[in-house]
Design a protein around this ligand. Structure first.
Ligand code: GUN
Ligand code: ZN
Length: 444
């Protein structure tokens, strides 16, 4: 038997759309590739070829084709900041961030001491991601190493690209939710050795935010990053005014919030900071210089009353900062990337900025991949990338059907319009199927 006979080859037919460059910086219609009737060949979970059906049909005539007539096929969505332990407390009414953390978040995170419980929620959580077309995510856990094991074990079963790490918290939280600088360091180190680059899994050093870590803990987090430069750093930054004031009290020698993390070597090209609503110009500049990423969490920013993030400021020509889209469940109100884009659009409108549909879909695909330094692996349909993709029905509800009445739009401007209707009218029902590494992972 030759070596290659075991490698599964498959062929998918439909309308493919992906990005080849960034619509924030180039003429929008030139950043997108659309193949109205395309065929994608996947071998061993990797994209082998993508072209028009007519061009490839004879070359691969012996391979059975899975056809999605009238469906739009996009790269799998990328959610760059989401808390799996908060799945169960989504939609909990409260005032603002710090009270919401005390009242709902900390108690539910305490339950993840129990590995069985963690496993049950991790499984549910990952299935929710797949049902919403999300195939890659940067995920927060709890302080308990077993909660990290549970997530990674379930992600491994599904072959998903999940980045996660143990939460570090050694103050300003209930006793049951605190580690120490030393145990936080040691547990993180063991987990890095166990999980980082195991299959598609990756590790992120995750101090929750400056309020819940002492300088000693942040110092050791920085040492860990030096010892394992390839892993990520993931935390929150500048989400609400009361949080920023408290950080200034706790770290009086830091010139601003970002400086707290900078002092400990935590602002790097693989660092992701959620929210960043109230950054000063200098903080934007320093994030840009470090090559760090901002996670834009629109549904959460509205739900918790945090404020309006300026995407145009972050994506400025002069000091560009990488940005990805994030649901931030359970502060966020939905697992759906469409709903996330919907609120991102409205937040931009309120600031006199227009977030076009191409920009929004870019952020959820190639932009998300770049923001996680994963653009060599996922984010679009380039040959050699991992075959994560989502099959979308743009006419799934009666209203979408009425609005998108054209049978098979083939001008790019029609497609751009159709994508916009998904942002405003779409939800998880529009996701007909989700493929992970070339395999069907979810189907309605
Ligand atoms: N800042 C620190 N922890 C959290 C959290 O769990 N959710 C949000 N939205 N912000 C935070
Ligand atoms: Zn968060």
């Amino acid at each position: 038997m030759s070596q290659n006979t075991d490698i599964k080859i498959s062929a998918i037919r439909g309308s493919f759309l992906d990005f080849i460059s960034d619509p924030f910086y180039y003429p929008e219609l030139e950043t997108v590739r659309y193949i109205n009737d395309g065929l994608m060949i996947v071998s061993g979970g990797i994209i082998q070829e993508l072209d028009t059906y007519d061009k490839l049909k004879y070359k691969y005539s012996e391979i059975p084709v899975t056809s999605y007539p009238g469906m739009l096929i996009l790269p799998g969505f990328i959610d760059i900041h989401i808390h799996y332990p908060q799945t169960e407390i989504i939609a909990s009414s409260s005032t603002q961030l710090l009270e919401w953390l005390d009242k709902y978040t900390f108690p539910v995170e305490g339950k993840f001491h129990d590995k069985n419980y963690a496993q049950k929620i991790a499984s549910f959580f990952l299935d929710q991601l797949l049902q919403n077309g999300t195939t890659t995510a940067l995920v927060l856990t709890t302080i308990y190493p077993q909660s990290v094991d549970a997530l990674f074990e379930e992600a491994e079963l599904r072959n998903m690209r999940i980045i996660a790490g143990k939460m570090l918290m050694d103050r300003n939280a209930p006793d049951y939710l605190q580690d120490t600088p030393k145990t936080g360091y040691q547990d993180s180190k063991s987990l890095i050795k166990k999980w980082h680059r195991k299959g598609r899994l990756l590790y992120a050093i995750t101090p929750r935010f400056a309020i819940t870590s002492t300088s000693e803990q942040l110092y050791l987090a920085g040492i860990l990053k030096q010892e394992f430069p390839d892993v990520y750093v993931h935390t929150h930054l500048s989400e609400q005014q009361s949080e920023i004031e408290k950080v200034a009290q706790l770290f009086p020698n830091s010139r601003d919030y970002l400086d707290v993390y900078e002092k400990f070597g935590l602002v790097t090209s693989k660092s992701i900071f959620a929210h960043c609503i109230y950054l000063q110009d200098s903080e934007f500049d320093r994030l840009s210089q470090a090559g760090s990423t901002i996670a834009f969490c629109p549904t959460s920013n509205l739900f918790l009353g945090s404020g309006l993030f300026s995407i145009n400021k972050a994506k400025s020509q002069n000091n560009p900062v990488k940005v990805g889209l994030a649901t931030d469940v359970g502060g966020g109100t939905s697992f759906s990337i469409f709903k996330t884009m919907n609120d991102a659009y409205k937040i931009s409108q309120l600031q006199g900025q227009n977030l076009s549909s191409l920009k929004a879909f870019y952020l959820a695909t190639l932009g998300g991949a770049i923001s996680l330094s994963l653009e060599d692996k996922v984010g679009n349909f380039e040959v050699g990338k991992e075959a994560d993709f989502v099959v979308i029905d743009t006419r799934v509800t009666p209203l979408l059907k009425l609005r998108n009445a054209r049978n098979n739009p083939n001008s790019l401007t029609d497609i751009v319009d159709e994508l916009f209707t998904l942002i405003i009218l779409g939800n998880e029902r529009a996701v007909k199927a989700t493929y992970v590494g070339g395999n069907l992972a979810y189907e309605i």
